[in-house]
Design a protein around this ligand. Structure first.
Ligand code: PMT
Length: 394
């Protein structure tokens, strides 16, 4: 079950940055529930967090929470960690001094989960003796503080008080929750998406790979601390955070990009649906029906380089190479054949068909190695990515 971060958002200009924190926590596989102070709603609408988290957003102590008469207690028990980001001088002071006069501060007082605070305020408020004293009290009590950054502040002053980078806040929460960072120091290459092989200026050969599987693999490796290069064919997905993304079109371009980074990698995962063939001739204008009939009805194909097989052959003893096999039948047998012919250490066989595999959010797989097979039930592509890396590391 996913761990829950209860994110408290307080009344501060930096409240909008809490959205980025939410995304970062979710990408690390955590569930996020948001509690806002009344002042925070002056800066950002609860609907924003409701949409991002797909969870109700709590504000008032006495607001109706259906079936939950003592809301602050149930919220405090649900949390594996309470994070307050941004945390104003006021809320910081209240928590340090045991004042609980709204939903967020009563929840913070009631929780037995670890608390992480990311202060954000004007430089003079930050440097005020009261704030510094409160920070000291909280640190002594074991509250983790993600220290504010220095720089230009919203009020025009320059100094310390700017909310820490969302990535640093997420990192602290992951440390507190002891979320796996077991791929630190590993270099990982991932291929994703389809390739596109042009016929003429407007037509091409391709397939419906969405890139979701490959992007999930890249994200999972990065979240676990790896340095990741993601080589992807054309897809409509945003670059994952902390991942070097190389966007390519054709199989030959994907080959060249992978060839440039493979030697330095520890783990390479080939989840792309690479076109095995490409048209021998590419016409640089749009072929016309009628006048160019031959060129359109008879397309001579030549074979593309097999990226996985080439890298599999080149790999040295310390490298681990994983291929994928999208199969409509005989998944294990076909995956095992690919394990041998492509010199891979593991093939992830995944059944594909209507609403399975290509484009879907979930995937079902069997991990095939020379030692045997491990069948995995259908799960999110992100969860599967983690299971694949768990298997590699073990
Ligand atoms: O992108 P999604 O919508 O999330 O869909 C994910 C997926 C279904 C595309 C993915 O899970 C998957 O199964 N990818 C492999 C598709 C496939 O079956 O490829 P293949 O059987 O043609 O190739 C087998 C392996 O060789 C794959 O690792 C492939 O990346 C690799 N290969 C193939 C041909 C080639 N020229 N170069 C290669 O590297």
């Amino acid at each position: 079950m996913k761990k829950t971060v209860l994110l408290g958002v307080t009344g501060c200009v930096a409240a909008y940055k809490a959205c980025e924190v939410v995304r970062g926590l979710q990408k690390a596989g955590l569930r996020v529930k948001v509690v806002m102070t009344k002042n925070a709603t002056e800066f950002i609408n609860p609907g924003q967090f409701r949409a991002l988290t797909r969870e109700p957003v709590a504000v008032g102590t006495f607001d109706d929470a259906p079936g939950d008469p003592i809301h602050h207690i149930s919220l405090s028990k649900e949390a594996d960690v309470v994070l307050i980001a941004p945390c104003t001088a006021n809320v910081l002071g209240k928590i340090a001094n045991g004042i609980a006069d709204d939903l967020l501060t009563t929840t913070a007082m009631a929780t037995t989960a670890p608390i992480v605070l990311a202060p954000a305020m004007n430089v003079n408020m930050y440097e005020n003796e009261a704030t510094q004293h409160n920070l000291m009290i909280l640190a002594e009590r074991g509250v983790r503080i993600v220290d504010a950054d220095s720089g230009y502040l919203a009020c025009g002053d320059v100094g310390k008080g700017r909310l820490a980078e969302p990535a640093d806040i997420v990192k602290t929460v992951l440390d507190v929750l002891e979320v796996k960072r077991d791929m630190r120091g590993k270099r990982v290459v991932v291929t994703a998406g389809p390739t596109v092989e042009p016929i003429d200026a407007v037509r091409y050969i391709s397939n419906p790979s969405s890139g979701k599987m490959g992007f999930a693999l890249a994200e999972a490796a990065a979240d676990r601390g790896a340095d990741v290069v993601l080589v992807t064919g054309p897809v409509g997905l945003d670059d994952p955070e902390d991942v070097e993304v190389v966007r390519v079109k054709t199989a030959q371009e994907m080959f060249n990009a992978v060839d440039g980074v493979f030697a330095d990698s520890d783990i390479a995962v080939f989840s792309a649906a690479v076109s095995d063939f490409r048209p021998e001739q590419v016409v640089d204008r749009k072929l016309k029906k009628g006048s160019d009939d031959d060129a359109l009805t008879t397309i001579k194909l030549v074979e593309n380089p097999d990226i996985l097989a080439t890298m599999g052959e080149k790999k040295h003893a310390d490298q681990y190479v994983i291929g994928f096999a999208a199969e409509t039948e005989n998944v294990v047998e076909n995956a095992r054949k690919k394990l041998e012919t492509k010199h891979a250490d593991m093939i992830v066989g995944n059944p594909v068909g209507e609403s399975k595999g290509f484009g879907a959010d979930d995937n079902e797989a069997v991990l095939v190695t020379k030692d045997g097979e491990s069948h995995l039930e259908s799960m999110s592509k992100r969860a599967l990515a983690d299971r694949i890396f768990d298997a590699v590391l073990s």
